[in-house]
Structures are given as C-alpha cells and as structure tokens.
Design a binder for this molecule. Sequence first.
Ligand code: UDP
Ligand code: MG
Length: 350
Amino acid sequence: MTHLRLTFTLCCPYQMIRPNDPTTPKQPIANIELSVVVPIYNERDSIPALLSVIQDSLEKIYISHEIICVDDGSNDGSADLLREYAQKHDNLTALLLRRNYGQTPAMAAGFEKARGKVIITMDGDLQNDPADMVKLLEKLNEGYDLVSGWRKHRQDNKVTRLLPSKIANWLIGLVTEVKLHDYGCSLKAYRAELVRDMNLYGELHRFLPALAFIEGARITEIPVNHYARKFGSSKYGLGRTFRVVMDLMTVYFMKRFLTKPMHVFGSLGMISTVSGIGLGVYLTLVKILGGQDIGDRPLLILAVVLLLAGIQLFSFGLLAELLMRTYHESQKRPIYRIREVVSSPALEQS
Ligand code: UDP
Ligand code: MG
C-alpha cells in the first residue's frame, strides 16, 4: 500500500484512522481533517461498494476523516442499510432526513453536520471515483478554497444529459463569470469555512462555485473520472434544465445586486417613470398647443403604464433594500469576507 502524505497548510497534526482495523481504538476522532458528504436517494445497491471504495481511498493517505451519508428520504431501504453500516463503522454518520427534500437540502444537512476542515462532496451512485479525492486535496493544498471536478469523459446520455449540460455550463459561465467546464460535477472539495458562509436554497448546490466566487473564494478545477450508472436510475430528467436557468437568474441577482437592490429596481423605475412623464408632457403639448384629441392614442396608455410601472419598481427597490438589510443583519451576516488578518507581533501580544 502506498502512503501518500498530504501536507495541508491548514490541516495538522495528522492522525491516521483506519476505520475497519480492529487495532484502531474505538473513540471519537478529534481534529477531523476531512468530511466526505454524500447525498443518497434510493441508491441501496451502490452503498456497500461506495463506502468500501471511499474507505480504501482514504486509508491510503494520512488524514483523519469522517463520512457523512445523508439519506434523502429513500424508500428502497437505503436508510436501513446506512444505519446498519454506521453502527459497524467508526467514522460513518448516517444522517436520515424525514422525507425527500432534494439534493441541495441533503447536502446542506451534511455540511451542517460536517466537522472537517475540508469537505468533499460526491454522488452516492458510484458515478464519481472516490480515488480522485486525493487529487482534489492536493490541488486544494496549492492554496485554493474550492476545487471542482471536471467530468472530461462524462458517461451519460448524449442527448438528454450532455447537450443540455453543455448549454447550461456555457450559460452559467457567461452569467457568473466563473470559468469552469463542468458545474454539475458533484465531486468537489471545499474549505469548510467557505461552505459554512453559504446558505443553500432551491437546487443551488450546482452553483456552489458561483456562490463561493461571490464570497471571494479562489476556485479551480481538475479532470476527474466518471462512470456510467451501474445501479438504480438518475433522479433527474430534462426538466432540470429549466430549474437550472431559474436558479441561474437568482445567482445572477445575488452576484450583482444582493447588497444594492435599489441599483437595479431604482434604475429601471427611474427609466420607466421618466419615459412615462416625457410621453405625458408630449401628449399634453399636443393637446394644448396642437388642439388634437389624445384620448384614443395608444401612446397615452403607454405613458400611463410606464409611469405606474416606474412607481412600482421604485417602491419594490425600497422594499428590497429593507429586506436585504434584514437578511444581513438578522444573521449578523457581514457584507464582506475576510481572507486573513495579519497584525504586527506587538499588536498580537497586546
Ligand atoms: N439525490 C438526492 N436527493 C434527490 C435526488 C438525488 O440526495 O432528491 C442524490 C442521488 O442519490 C445521487 C446524487 O444526488 O447521489 C445525484 O443524483 P443523480 O445521480 O440522480 O444525478 P445525475 O448524476 O444523474 O445528474
Ligand atoms: Mg449520478
């Protein structure tokens, strides 16, 4: 067995954990370096092989770790199997959700529970290769906050999956300005504090790199293996493409205007109001100076609509400003993120 020693700048001291080795004392693992989070929804047949390959991959490196399998309300017995495994293994947590919430909430639940300094996520269907975790960790160690997998040779249906995914990736790149080839790959490594700063809604797990980018993270990607599904079936169809586009709009808004909604609503409102007033003045002049009838002119309707829409947009912007303040202040959520604070030694001692 080759031992690859990873030298994390953040992660020390090392602790070698061999979960299934009877000589490893059964006690809570302190200083967990790595948490592997896996959402599971009806993946019963994949679970035994999945856990075994994750363990095998992690045993090859000196890193203390835990595996968190989040059962997202499966109805094929996955939860029972995970419960059984969690009782047998030392470093496995089975987090069983009450019902099926979706992949994003399942991952968010896993993040909440994770204690590692680094978090790796992957699918529970064996389409990702757990052996790639080492590559992700090495890359992260080069100073990145997030390393995303790139399924260079993706093994999914060309028409229903690859094509929509190509378009979605292009669109996401365009809108978010995060340049990755493959946003949809679940195999990713994050510094834990990055994930803790993010709130996930909808199906936003796909946009974690974009959200992380908003938080000022250093992001990169590396090619990873991808296999065809051996067991069970995919939980998504073509409908996902539309949901991705809707989520993309949310992310775009968050990226551009989260802390300044009045800039978007106010500007639009201003344009609309000014155009409405301009048209109104023009029509008044036509009526007074030209003596023409304006009652049946479509321009009059347009002027009224523009004016009303402008006032609405303006009020909406003000409300959004209030909401944004509540959003940040209720969670004590600063509008900035600090990467590092470096003080002179004298200041640190005082
Ligand atoms: N998943 C989940 N909840 C859901 C749908 C999916 O936890 O409601 C999990 C699923 O078990 C798998 C991962 O999310 O581990 C990705 O799902 P899937 O493999 O169906 O997506 P695909 O690879 O086809 O994009
Ligand atoms: Mg899959």
